[in-house]
Structures are given as C-alpha cells and as structure tokens.
Ligand binder design. Sequence first.
Ligand SMILES: Nc1nc2c(c(=O)[nH]1)N[C@H]1C(S)=C(S)[C@@H](COP(=O)(O)OP(=O)(O)OC[C@H]3O[C@@H](n4cnc5c(=O)[nH]c(N)nc54)[C@H](O)[C@@H]3O)O[C@H]1N2
Ligand SMILES: Nc1nc2c(c(=O)[nH]1)N[C@H]1C(S)=C(S)[C@@H](COP(=O)(O)OP(=O)(O)OC[C@H]3O[C@@H](n4cnc5c(=O)[nH]c(N)nc54)[C@H](O)[C@@H]3O)O[C@H]1N2
Ligand code: SF4
Ligand SMILES: [Mo]
Length: 756
Amino acid sequence: MSDRTAFRTCPLCEAGCGLEIGLKTESDGRETVTRIRGDQLDVFSHGFICPKGSTLKHLHEDPDWLRQPHVKVDGSFVPVSWDEAFETIAQAIRPILDAHGRDAAAVYLGNPNAHSLAPMFYNRTLIKAMGTRNRFSASTVDQRPKEVSAAMMFGSVAVPVPDLDRTDYLLMLGANPLASNGSLCTAPDFPGRLRRIQERGGTIVVVDPRRSETAEVADRHLAIRPATDAHFLAAIANTLLEDGTAAPGPLTAVTSGLDELGELLAPFTPESVAASTGLTAEEIRDVAGELIAAPTAAVYGRIGTTCQDFGTVSSWLVDVVNLLTGNLDRVGGAMFPTGAAGQPSTKGEPGRGRGFRMGRVASRVSGAPECFGEFPVSVLPEEIETPGQGQVRILVTVAGNPANSNPNSNRMNAALESLDFMVCVDPYINETTRHADVILPPPSPLQKPHYDLALLNFAVRNVANYSPPVLPLETTQLGEGRILLRLAAVFNGAPASGPEAESAADLLDEQAAQGLAGAAVSDRFGNVAERSPSELMEAAGDRRGAERMLDITLRTGPYGDGFISGAEGISLATLERHPHGVDLGPLEEHRLPGILRTPSATIELLNDMLRSELARLSGSLADAPPQMVLIGRRHIRSNNSWMHNIGVLTKGRNRCTLQIHPDDAERLGIADGAPARVTSRVGELVVDTECTDVVRPGVVSIPHGFGQNAPGVRLRVAAEYRGVNTNVLTDERDVDPISGNVALNGVAVTVTPATP
Ligand SMILES: Nc1nc2c(c(=O)[nH]1)N[C@H]1C(S)=C(S)[C@@H](COP(=O)(O)OP(=O)(O)OC[C@H]3O[C@@H](n4cnc5c(=O)[nH]c(N)nc54)[C@H](O)[C@@H]3O)O[C@H]1N2
Ligand SMILES: Nc1nc2c(c(=O)[nH]1)N[C@H]1C(S)=C(S)[C@@H](COP(=O)(O)OP(=O)(O)OC[C@H]3O[C@@H](n4cnc5c(=O)[nH]c(N)nc54)[C@H](O)[C@@H]3O)O[C@H]1N2
Ligand code: SF4
Ligand SMILES: [Mo]
C-alpha cells in the first residue's frame, strides 16, 4: 500500500526507463519505497523495465551503501563528518602538491558519471581546480574509438544512431542489447523495438563471435572471429565501391575523401577477408547486397567493435558503410539525435568548426597521446609507478572502479596501493576504494535529481525527461554536486571546513553557472542567442546547483527559449510539469551538413591516422590468429562491477563462467563445469567452465565486473559470489593505436585444466 507515487528515470543503464515508485510514510514520518514498476505513461519507455529497474529500492536500502564519509585510520575505515573528511584531504594533499606540482594528482572518472546529473556539470569544476594534465576515465575501456571516429568525420562527438523504429534492415556488430539494453543508442525496450523490426518485415543480422541472446532472436547470426570486424566492414565497403552500387546520394557533395577510399579499401575483398574473419565470401557479399537492396538500413557497432585492437577503424567503417549505402542521416538509417541538451544545427549553412585534434600533449612515461583532454587508462599504472617529476602520487576517483574495470588488475591494484593519497567519491568500499584514504559517498539514486544529459544525445527518439529527487537526504549525507564543489574548493586551497568552506563551494557554483550561461550565449553552436547571460541566470531564479546548470543548458539547447525568440521553449520548469517526459518526436533527417564542425565543413572521411591504420589492417590479413582468444559478455542482471551486492540480482546459478566450445574443451581435456586455468601475458585465474556451442571454436568468454571477494572489500553479498575478475587477464599494452582504448576483447590466452 502506497501513500504517494513518484516518477523517475532509471539511471542504471543507458536505456533510461521511466519508473513508477510507490512510497509509504512510516510511523516515524520517513518515507520508504513500497514498489517500483515501469511507468506506463513514460513517453519513451511506455512501461518497460528490466530486472534492475526495481532494485533502486534495494540500492537505497543496502546497508553497505555508505551514508557518511569514511577516513582510513590505521588501516581501517572510520565514519567521520564532512568537515573532518575535507580537512583530512586538505592536510594530506597540500604538502604533496606544494612539493611536486599539480600533475602529482590524477583523476579517474568512472561510468556512473554518465548517468548522474551533478557530476556531468561539476566534474569539470573539480578537474579545473585540480589543474592536472593527468586526467583519465572509463571512456578508454569503452566508447572512445567511436567518439574519435565521429569527431574525425563530423568534427564533434556527433554519433549517428540506428533509427530502430523505422529501419528495414539492422546490421549489429559486437552489441548484445538483450543483455545490455543498448549503448550509444538510447532505446528503452530495445528488445521490443527489435521485435517490431521483424514484425514489419525487416531483417536483423548480428555479427558476434558468440551466439548472444540478441543473435538468438536475429534473423541471421554471423559468428565472426574476434577483432576482425574491420576486415568484414572494409570488404563490404569495398564491394559496394567495386560493383558500383555505392550510393551516398546528396551527401556526396559534402563529403571529402570519397575518391581515395576505393584505393585504400582495395585490399579488402570478401575473398581476402574470409580466412581472417572466419566467414565465407558469400556471406559477406550477401550482407553487402542486402544493405544496398533494403529500402532503409542501419549498421550499428558497440563494445565488440570498440574494445578491440582495431577499435577506431572499425567504428569509422560502421559509418563509412552507412554513408556508402545512402543511409547516413536519413529516416530508417543511421541518424543524428537532437537532444534538448545537445547540439543544434547551424541554420541552413554547412557547419564549420575547429574539428578534432588529439595528441596536443603526451603522457609522461610512454608518450601516449592526449585525446579529448585525457590520457588512456592503460597508462595510469605506469604514471603512478614511475618516479620523477610529474609522478602521480594522489588519485581522485569519481564513480569509478579501475581496480576491477581496467586491464591488468594485479598491476592496477599494486599501483593504487602505492599511492601517497587517494580520495574516492563512491558509495561502496570495493576493490578500488579499499585503497582509499578518504571515501566521500554520494546519496542513493532515489535521493538525486536526474536528467540524462549525455545519453539523450544518443537516443532513437528526441525526448526530454527530468526527475526531481524522490527521497530527501539524511542529515549525514551531502548531495553529489556539493561533494564535488567542496572537493574542488579544497584543491583550490580554500578552507576545507566550516562556513568558509561552504562559501567557497557556493562561489564555485556561481562561477560554473555564469561560465555556462556566458559560453552558451557567446555563440556555443554558431547560433545567435536571444537571451543574455544575465537573463539566463535570472530566469533560473532560486535554483542552484545542478538544477540551475540544467535549466541554463536546456534554455540554450535546440528547443530552448534562450534561442527561440517568442516561442515557449523548453526549460526545467517545462519538464517539471511533465513527469512522464516530453516527446519531441522522431529523429529528423538532413541534420547534415548543419551539424558538421570540421574545418572544411564537409564529412572528412580520411586523414593520415586512418590511412596508416588501414595499412596496418591490410597487413593483418595474413596474421595467423592466436589459438585461443578471450572475449567478454554481459548479463541482464549485472551492471559492470557494482551491482553484485544486490541479492535479488545475483541469486541463482553462477553466471561468472568461462564459456568454451565443446570441441575446444575436449581437445584441452576440460570437463563441463570443472575449473580451468586461464593464462594471458599479464596474469592468470581459475574459473568454472561452461561447455557450450554459443561461442565459436577458438573463443572463450568470461563476463567482467566480478571478483568482489578481495581482502578489505565491504560488499557482504557480492563477496560471497563465486566470481573472478577477468581483467586480471586483459592487457594494458593491447590498445587501439589511435584512440588508446584497451582491447578488452580478443585477448590471447591459454586454457588448461585446473587441478584443485
Ligand atoms: N573485461 C572487460 N572489462 C570492462 C568491460 C568489458 O566489456 N570487459 N567494459 C568496460 C566498460 S564499457 C566500462 S563503462 C567500464 C566501467 O568502469 P568503471 O566506471 O571504472 O567501473 P564500474 O564497474 O562502472 O564502477 C562504478 C563505480 O561507481 C560507483 N558508483 C555507483 N553509482 C554511483 C554514483 O551515483 N555516484 C558515485 N560517485 N559513484 C557511484 C560504484 O560503487 C563503483 O565503484 O568497465 C570496462 N571494463
Ligand atoms: N546488464 C548490463 N547492462 C549493461 C552493462 C552491464 O554491465 N550489464 N554495462 C553497460 C555499459 S557500461 C555498456 S558500455 C554497454 C555495452 O553494451 P553492449 O555493447 O551491447 O555490450 P555487451 O553485452 O558486452 O555486448 C558486446 C558483444 O560483443 C561481442 N564481441 C566481443 N568481441 C567481439 C568482436 O571482436 N567482434 C564482434 N563483432 N563482437 C564481439 C560479445 O560476444 C558481446 O555479445 O552495456 C551497458 N549495459
Ligand atoms: S533497462 Fe533496466 S537498468 Fe536500464 S534503464 Fe531500464 S530499468 Fe533501468
Ligand atoms: Mo561502458
């Protein structure tokens, strides 16, 4: 029985489903959650949720979720006040920064930041206050190659998404939305959207070394050899160019590099890539022919195409094929969303900008190029380990678990333990935060406001949806934005406690809002603003913190009243009146060339980095594949490394198994269910096997994110789980050369029976 119903967007994955939350007032006046189910009226998810959606209640009530700061004293964590926590940080970091400079402190931003409103704004403030070039994030174990390929082609991180609701033909590579619910393609009820493609007579083809849950429902599954997607896509592109069926249509006029493309892709014929991909030339030609013949078609690639050796060139080829088949920026093809917090098109004119540059600075130890203002996480351990000027001695993590999620976990754990000082903005004592000196826990998702600032820019429909906090903060808690502002103030040398610390945080908030309003109006997107910065600040009224930042962002976005003179544009107040979201309609076509931000105001297909990668790619055609390679997988009941503490999700059989093909298991003498020893260049582990023909021979699969049974971890449910951390095996040296993203898939391993 509920006394009240609240509506909120689920922040756990990219789908962003609407939740209906029942609340009851207890005798002490506090509200508790009675039930969470899908919000039938949500304009985007229409009632869909996955098994994780209802666990916001469990997360909120998890006794291991810290509700006040913790400081390590003599090796164990003790709860302290916020003032004490920030004083501890101030006293520890000041002498280190004074002696060794700003680069002695590094920051690592993890995945949940992308799902969290305040950090989307105030991580910038923190980073600025830290003044360090040593910036890292989970992006380089994830989507960085796609961001790079999009930025090269379009001049900004404008990533086309498959128009799921209107396409006739969907070619998906390295994505398993039936488990992940989609990524870089925000689509609540992805399974339903796929089903409807088939119901309207369309076709789904899945390219994956494993017969994933998504492959099972597809019309066709091509069991490609890991890390050869670029071979496959290059052969498709080359086939279309060779047989003259390539038809970029009106985009030809705004594309540069098309002439040279044929020559560079010439080595890749369906016949020449058959051996490496493990597919037949005929299968590849069929897909090429079908993509052209389909009334509309979209190619979509995800983790399997980005977290691999040829990440950037694979990601690039996805959109090259979308372009060559005439499906880029067209209904039913690969389209550019118009997020309410996103990038408007210039009016009428081709967009022009500074384009994409990387490598402005290089990392200290191995010279890895900067990309989007960050170094790849693959070099974080060496930056901590290697003495000298600029050595990383302090690490701040915000919503990240690099000890589990990054490659070569043994090395990462040792590096984290060797730091002089570590601060984690994180709710849990887990594999990473156990190394911390201070943990600053954010409130639970139900206590935070929400707007999918980043992810709605990748949505298959234009939608805007704001959720106010459902439950209040407890007296021991601090909002996440406030935590980041207070921490930034400490790095600025401001007082760490008392009223002066509060004022310092207020001042930073004021500066952040003014900076945003100023930047927005001074021609953020080549449009002329209708409102001055002070008008925007005034319009935000009494709002402060993330809500004020969001209001300014919405008002100066493509639907905002900051740009549309006279019209009732979207502001935060509009969204507050629509608890189920505002539907802004299906994706629009012809956003090109208006959204381009390349210096040439064209789609820039080629550059020297891509030319040299294509040479490496053709060189790799003759490579003998390793005998056995490791890939990852996800399960609908997991969320990277941090939700195994929720019992309703982890109950049931062990899901952290080594999937191995029965032929391989027999050859290696490994019985189904028996433990196997898996060894890579950097580490080894023992894991339960699961003999199954869902993986192709020569490929084994272990899901990531498990292994919470490490010493010092305080996750009482997760620690009991029979899981291992697969990133003990993944190799920080194995990176996509352009983006620096780690090749978490396609890792060479040996598998042997483990004698207990
Ligand atoms: N082998 C292998 N490894 C992988 C992958 C793979 O496919 N295979 N996938 C990679 C991918 S795609 C990603 S995105 C990375 C993720 O890498 P990370 O972001 O480093 O790790 P997560 O497992 O997402 O852990 C998130 C952390 O944030 C904390 N947290 C949760 N909610 C909040 C919050 O609201 N606020 C704050 N401050 N903290 C919060 C959690 O306690 C946890 O410590 O892992 C990568 N690692
Ligand atoms: N339930 C759940 N949902 C999640 C997450 C989670 O941990 N659990 N994590 C979230 C995050 S951070 C992200 S980034 C997204 C990721 O979303 P997805 O990209 O859909 O992630 P996966 O489910 O890992 O699917 C990747 C697929 O790539 C395949 N693969 C591996 N190597 C190759 C290869 O070389 N080539 C090809 N073609 N395929 C390959 C794998 O077999 C797997 O089926 O999911 C998000 N959603
Ligand atoms: S699919 Fe599940 S985890 Fe993802 S947003 Fe929807 S309910 Fe939340
Ligand atoms: Mo991710």
